[in-house]
Design a protein around this ligand. Structure first.
Ligand SMILES: [Zn+2]
Length: 361
């Protein structure tokens, strides 16, 4: 398959095409979050390196080497994966010695090269040390490819020996192309929120789409945000905090949805003439509405904007608070403290919506 088999990643592909033309060197590191397609891109590059008559855009797809590769039986392609049932903490060093270092010493059989693809996130310190030796003094026919979420997960000496190829987040258009290529249409109303939550990571979009109750949970979370301003102190801690905590690992997406709602409100306040919007809510369609994260909430937005419920500077502070909390959680801040202090701040800013009556604690 050629690089065209993969949607997006034009910069990474251009870099790989240059490497194909000029010689790939001995080691290439593909970095990008899980689900970004780094293994697919590395495999397309690997197939091109093994191909007997590669073109400008990668492997020919028809030579004997390509046929063996696509059948999964190319003898010069070494791509061990962790066995999740038996190997809890990465690929053990014994297997690296047996499946990588051992076969590496044998000459290639079908292609002029021998290409290895290693999952960097699954290699412990000892395995990395063993590999480092092979990468430092490789046989002339060997090319190492490695995937990793972040170079920080690897020893710096290992990283310094590899040329880095970065996978970029997909644009919304590329994401739609990726999904439609798999026969997946995005549900109306939910599409912008989903694209936002997937953060340009195609595997993430697939994971989110497989979660069938996600649309309902999004609506529940937006309802919750819209009612925060009217909540009592007790409701905040008895209802709102448990609802967010119940998101578990998906809390960052919950916050991304909230951030989208606040973005939308800021946009609507800017676009709409509040007085006119209140008089003719159905007919007024300000330009730029297509960029709403939650287009299905338009009527709720208009009501708030029309009532001048949320002062612009307050919304700005809400956005900053949500983004800051998301960053704090990502760097390991205490979950309950971070979320509860965010809830308090959002309630304070959004309480104007309820007839400017501050809730009583
Ligand atoms: Zn070929």
């Amino acid at each position: 398959m050629t690089f065209g088999a993969m949607v997006g990643q034009s910069e990474a592909k251009a870099q790989l095409r240059r490497m194909l033309a000029a010689g790939p060197g001995h080691a290439v590191l593909f970095t990008g979050p899980e689900g970004s397609g780094r293994r697919l891109l590395a495999s397309l590059f690997g197939q091109a390196l093994l191909c007997l008559s590669p073109g400008e855009d990668g492997a020919c797809g028809t030579c004997r080497s390509c046929r063996l590769f696509e059948a999964g039986s190319h003898p010069d392609w070494i791509a061990p994966l962790r066995d999740p049932k038996r190997e809890k903490t990465g690929i053990p060093v014994e297997r690296i010695r047996r499946d990588v270092v051992g076969p590496l010493a044998l000459f290639p059989q079908e292609s002029p090269r021998k290409v290895l693809l290693l999952p960097g996130d699954e290699l412990n310190e000892t395995s990395q040390n063993v590999l480092l030796k092979s990468i430092e003094e490789p046989p002339p026919y060997a090319v190492f490819l490695m995937t990793v979420a972040s170079p920080r997960n690897l020893r710096p000496t290992l990283v310094s020996r590899m040329v880095r190829v970065r996978l970029a987040p997909l644009s919304d258009d590329d994401m739609r192309r990726f999904l439609s290529g798999r026969g997946i249409g995005l549900p109306d109303g939910f599409a912008p929120a989903l694209l936002r939550m997937a953060r340009g990571i195609p595997g993430e979009a697939l994971r989110l789409l497989a979660s069938s109750d996600l649309p309902d949970r999004r609506v529940a979370l937006l309802d919750l945000l819209e009612s925060l301003g009217g909540m009592t102190h007790a409701e905040l801690f008895d209802t709102a905090w448990p609802a967010l905590d119940a998101l578990g690992e998906e809390l960052p997406w919950g916050l991304a949805m909230w951030s989208g709602w606040i973005h939308d409100m800021i946009l609507m306040s800017r676009l709409a003439d509040p007085a006119a919007a209140a008089r003719e809510p159905a007919r007024r369609q300000p330009d730029g509405i297509g960029s709403l994260a939650h287009p299905d909430r338009q009527s709720a937005y208009r009501k708030r904007v029309g009532a001048a419920a949320d002062p612009a500077e307050g919304l700005g502070r809400c956005l900053a608070a949500v983004d800051e909390s998301a960053r704090a959680l990502e760097s390991g801040a205490n979950r309950e403290m971070t979320v509860c202090s965010l809830l308090l701040q959002l309630r304070k800013e959004l309480s104007h919506a309820q007839g400017r009556q501050r809730p009583v604690s």
